[in-house]
Write a protein that binds this ligand. Structure first.
Ligand SMILES: NC(=O)c1ccc[n+]([C@@H]2O[C@H](COP(=O)([O-])OP(=O)(O)OC[C@H]3O[C@@H](n4cnc5c(N)ncnc54)[C@H](OP(=O)(O)O)[C@@H]3O)[C@@H](O)[C@H]2O)c1
Length: 300
């Protein structure tokens, strides 16, 4: 049984992950911006370099998920700064505190995104060895990963999960994609040919569990399902699972660009991302096909 501190433990992935870790018998603590009377929630204030030191002192592992929502708002210069700082300054703060307090930390495990490779539609299948793209999300992911990789300098095992779109029963991207389809107004976006690397929440959480329990995991892994899907296939499969018609033409890219600005790129572009590296560690996906993942999430 390990003592695990989860930043962003109140979020979509964090809540699910904390439940799973608790069920496995681990002691779970959360680092949050909000104060709480709950004994397992500690406060931090990234801008003011503050962390309740009790959060760090007795922890065996830190899982760093915190970050302002990438797709929640338009990317104004102010929002861009927040998207970076909430991930990078927070990782730097954790690093500084761990260096000073010197707990017996066995691992630092952090999220990153497949946005690392850039929002582009190509025939290429990206692996962990590929270099970063050259758009804003690639920049965030590069700084975020570099901040996390600092823990290697303290001889602390560091694992980074470059995560695809996480499919969950409630909340997150799937709920937004499903809504118009449920009402019979579903349509693919832009050309519909852009790939959307995805992962079922249960598989992602199991990867975090493996990152803690299997000391052989170290470095960067793509956290995506092995089956590739385009935006058109995703839209079609959701409609099939929900037994809904799809008759509308694709939503023109221009409309999304006008509504969302640069943020629309992450909906309109995307390439395939390989999961071979994590599979080679012995990881077995519970949901390797999109159809099974959608049936599990939308039917139950
Ligand atoms: N969901 C996905 O499809 C997906 C895909 C790829 C990568 N990821 C990454 O995985 C991580 C977790 O994702 P998620 O979907 O669980 O995110 P989420 O639901 O938005 O939760 C993120 C958590 O981060 C904290 N947070 C929010 N704004 C913050 C800020 N300005 N400064 C510091 N902390 C802040 C919040 O915790 P408190 O309010 O308690 O402080 C929040 O609960 C994120 O970094 C995300 O970018 C997610």
């Amino acid at each position: 049984m390990a003592s695990i501190l989860v930043t962003g433990g109140t979020g979509l992935i964090g809540k699910h992950l904390c439940d799973i870790l608790l069920k496995k018998g681990h002691k779970v603590f959360i680092l949050s911006r909000n104060s709480s009377n709950k004994p397992n929630i500690f406060k931090w204030d990234i801008e003011n370099n503050y962390i309740d030191e009790n959060a760090i002192k007795n922890t065996d592992y830190i899982i760093h998920l915190a970050g302002a929502g990438i797709a929640d708002k338009r990317w104004t210069p102010k929002r861009k700064k927040l998207l970076i700082n909430s991930r990078v300054s927070s990782a730097n703060l954790l690093y500084t505190k761990v260096k000073v307090l010197n707990p017996n930390l066995k691992g630092f495990i952090a999220a990153s995104g497949i946005g690392f490779y850039g929002a582009i539609t190509t025939n290429k299948i990206f692996t962990e060895n590929d270099s970063a793209g050259n758009d804003f999300l690639s920049t965030i992911c590069t700084h975020w990963e570099n901040a996390s990789l600092q823990f290697n300098a303290l001889n602390i095992r560091t694992v980074i999960l470059r995560t695809g779109v996480v499919l969950t029963k409630k909340g997150g991207a799937l709920e937004k994609i499903v809504k118009p389809i449920k009402f019979g107004f579903g349509a693919a976006l832009g050309t519909g040919k852009q790939y959307m690397p995805w992962i079922h929440i249960d598989d992602l959480c199991e990867m975090y569990v493996q990152a803690i329990e299997n000391p052989e995991l170290t470095g960067i892994y793509n956290a995506v399902a092995p089956e590739y899907c385009t935006n058109k296939i995703l839209t079609k499969e959701i409609a099939e699972v929900l037994n809904k018609p799809l008759f509308l033409p694709n939503i023109p890219a221009l409309i999304l660009k006008i509504i969302l600005g640069k943020l629309s790129n992450i909906l309109l572009e995307g390439s395939r991302v390989a999961s071979n590296k994590i599979v080679k560690t012995g990881f077995e996906f519970k949901f390797s096909t999109l159809k099974n993942a959608l049936k599990n999430l939308l039917k139950n």
